[in-house]
Write a protein that binds this ligand. Structure first.
Ligand code: TYD
Ligand code: MG
Length: 453
């Protein structure tokens, strides 16, 4: 009797079917099915663990368990903060990012300060390559062990035998379970291996960091399938051409998803950026037209970033609109507002918009700065370099209120700005003590006049 079960699995969403399908009925993607073969032996064994299952009355669970005791710090503050104040023992953290962004570097640095036993499982690089990197990062941790292995069962066996406190899996796409016939990196393999690692983490109380590459279409490979298995999903991102890297929690069972950590890649590894505003503004060109500074909120922290616009006449055909770090559709709306309400003939101009430093803005509070930068570029008049502005721009050219306004104003003051242009919303009293001049504007015309003249 055959002990193998064949199935076809959509590599995008994990939908299973007993036959090959051209189009996935679940996520509508084409040509995404791959065959996976599963051994029945495994299915049987998973059912035989009933004796381990027991009911526990919620009331009887020991209340004195203090979760702060279960956490430990890595000594890498930005990293600990994103996790919600340190690593939770027995948790599984997925770190996702584009290839080459610095995931292996980050984790090697994170585990380099721990005093407990760490196993770094590498399926991608040789032991010599890891050694080379750790020399470059000046790592001298005696508790760090490297395992070059891709077979899941061997990895699990060694972890159980060695009993480390922290394990790094680099990367989940290279690990495979030989009971499953699919190639490493298929959704079935990834899901299977992650589930086993998760069970082991809980059973042995080991913190496991899993590195996962993001596929071409920007999804964490086996996206949804992995996100719900693990405790925490961190995304490590940044523009390849910039040295800044941002670590963001997308899901966190043990903390908020608001915090971000900012790092800078140097020749000897990642360094924490304690004062992001200063760094993002450090390369500012004073006196140039088309740039305006705005305070955005990343997580719970305010960061000042520079919005740069370049507007040039388009002589033929469709004018171009190119954005980096800002939503393309949002820019189209703002251009329409500038055209209709302020009479700028932008349909005959190319507009290039860039948020300096590789930062991504996903809140409307930067609208005002974007509009002002565009107008500054059209008129070729530099905006006042000691003034920053914040506000959402509505369709009739009105300036709408933003959240955390006081925090933004205080950050601008701290960085030496003399004036800030804000929506006409009620301010909490803390800003009345600040030295920065606060100008409240109701509409776009007034606000732009304030900063350009
Ligand atoms: P890596 O951690 O290998 O990326 P990932 O694991 O996400 O694929 O890092 C890749 C890049 O980082 C590589 O292009 C070289 C660069 N790098 C530095 O700039 N400085 C360093 O100290 C190290 C170790 C890497
Ligand atoms: Mg790597």
């Amino acid at each position: 009797m055959s002990t193998l079960r064949r199935k076809f699995v959509c590599q995008k969403c994990g939908f299973e079917s007993i036959q090959w399908l051209g189009k996935c009925p679940n996520c509508s993607s084409w040509n995404s099915f791959a065959e996976e073969i599963e051994s029945k032996q495994k299915l049987k064994s998973s059912r035989s663990k009933l004796e381990n299952s027991r009911l526990v009355n919620l009331k009887s669970i020991d209340k004195t368990i203090d979760h702060s005791n279960l956490r430990f710090n890595t000594g890498f503050d930005e990293f600990d903060r994103v996790l919600g104040g340190g690593v939770i023992q027995g948790s599984v953290v997925l770190i996702a990012g584009d290839p080459g962004i610095g995931k292996s570097t980050l984790l090697l640095q994170v585990v380099s300060n721990l005093n407990e036993k760490v196993i770094y499982v590498t399926g991608e690089e040789s032991i010599e390559q890891i050694k080379f990197r750790s020399t470059r990062l000046k790592i001298k941790n005696e508790n760090l062990f490297i395992l070059q292995e891709t077979n899941l069962n061997n990895i699990l066996h060694i972890i159980e035998r060695e009993n480390p406190k922290v394990v790094v899996i680099d990367s989940i796409q290279t690990i495979y379970n030989d009971l499953l016939e699919g190639a490493p990196g298929t959704i079935g393999q990834i899901r299977e291996c992650t589930t086993y690692l998760m069970n082991l983490a809980k059973k042995e109380n080991i913190a496991i960091f899993i590195i996962g590459h993001i596929t071409k279409d920007g999804l964490i490979a086996g996206p949804k399938a992995l996100e719900h298995i693990v405790d925490t999903v961190l995304q490590f991102s940044g523009e390849k051409n910039y040295s800044f890297r941002i670590l963001r929690a997308i899901k966190n069972r043990f903390g908020s998803t608001n915090e971000i950590g900012i790092f800078e890649m140097h020749t000897d590894g990642l360094k924490e950026v304690a004062n992001p505003s200063q760094v993002f503004l450090s390369e500012r060109e004073y006196g140039a037209s088309g740039t305006v500074v705005t305070p955005i909120i990343e997580g719970t922290r305010p960061i000042l970033v520079e919005v740069q616009a370049l507007v040039t006449p388009s002589n033929f055909g469709m004018p171009q609109r190119v954005t980096t770090g800002f939503d393309y559709r949002r820019l189209s709306i703002l251009l329409a507002v500038l055209e209709k309400r302020l009479n700028y003939k932008l349909s005959q101009h190319n507009v290039f918009l860039n948020i300096a430093g590789g930062v991504e803005i996903d809140e409307p509070s930067a609208d005002l700065a974007v509009c002002a930068a565009i107008v500054s570029s059209i008129k070729d008049i530099p905006a006042d370099s000691l003034t920053c502005m914040v506000g959402e721009v509505g369709l009739s050219g009105e300036i709408r209120s933003v959240s955390n306004l006081e925090t933004r104003i205080m950050e601008a003051e701290k960085l030496g700005f003399k004036k800030t242009i804000i929506p006409s919303q009620v301010l909490r009293s803390i800003v009345s003590k600040s030295k920065i001049e606060i100008v409240q504007c109701k509409n776009l015309t007034d606000a732009i006049k304030e900063i350009l003249e």
